[in-house]
Design a binder for this molecule. Structure first.
Ligand SMILES: CSCCC(=O)C(=O)COP(=O)(O)O
Ligand code: MG
Length: 228
């Protein structure tokens, strides 16, 4: 069954395409272990220095030492805070891990076939995650289903806004240049779906193992149940 009203699909990652445990038990601990040495070794390179200064700004302390910056970043990882410079630095550290083959991006087995089918049906596919665009491309590029990046037309991270705020979805709609109701947003988190719906998007909640189904959005348990 297809749904011609849907012209683009925007998908969340954690809990939607990908097991939450992969993010919390593989990616976050890897970043936690490697970030201190990575920062000490690369603090002088412009891309890293830019993020260190962004952390200092978020701390409200322009003179924070590198040790204080590292402690702040580790605290944000432990408390799963979606802070933009942390997400950028995590992406840089994970790049090493993917390239060395320390892990592959986890995708539920129903995800890749559905994405391929939707793209072949002419739907434009996008990702919207709190993980940086670099981290998103790595996860799909080094996924356990191979390189899926050619399937996607674009990626959005917290530079466009936070996932629980309707303005972020309004900006995505403007970038896609489509009527809001032609865009389907997939996520496991009701607050994100509420924000997308407020912006006029269609919404579907992915109720993977361990996810609590809400009662305000239609629910599916797998991508192959989705009519796109
Ligand atoms: C892009 S993979 C890492 C995901 C991540 O860092 C994260 O915080 C999960 O965010 P999401 O918005 O996908 O729930
Ligand atoms: Mg999620």
């Amino acid at each position: 069954m297809s749904n011609p009203a849907v012209r683009a699909v925007v998908t969340d990652i954690e809990g939607t395409t990908t097991d939450i445990n992969f993010v919390h038990k593989v990616l976050f601990p890897y970043a936690q272990a490697k970030l201190p040495d990575f920062l000490r070794a690369n603090a002088g390179t412009p891309a890293v220095a830019e993020q260190i200064n962004a952390v200092r700004r978020d701390m409200g302390d322009a003179d924070a030492t590198l040790d204080a910056v590292i402690a702040q970043l580790l605290h944000w990882i432990e408390t799963d805070q979606k802070v933009t410079p942390l997400k950028a630095l995590q992406g840089m550290v994970w790049a090493d891990g993917y390239q060395r083959g320390d892990f592959k991006g986890h995708l539920y087995s129903d995800v890749a076939p559905a994405l391929r089918q939707w793209q072949q049906a002419g739907k434009a596919l996008y990702v919207y995650s709190s993980g940086s665009v670099q981290a998103q491309k790595l996860l799909f590029g080094y996924s356990d289903e191979g390189d899926l990046t050619p399937l996607f037309s674009g990626y959005f991270d917290t530079h466009i806004g936070h996932k629980r705020e309707a303005t972020a979805y309004q900006r995505i709609i403007a970038e896609l240049d489509l009527p809001p109701e032609a865009v389907l947003f997939l996520s496991d988190v009701v607050e994100e779906l509420d924000a997308a719906k407020q912006a006029g998007m269609q919404t579907l909640q992915l109720v993977r193992e361990g996810t609590q189904a809400g009662n305000t959005h239609a629910c599916v348990t797998r991508f192959d149940e989705i009519a796109v």
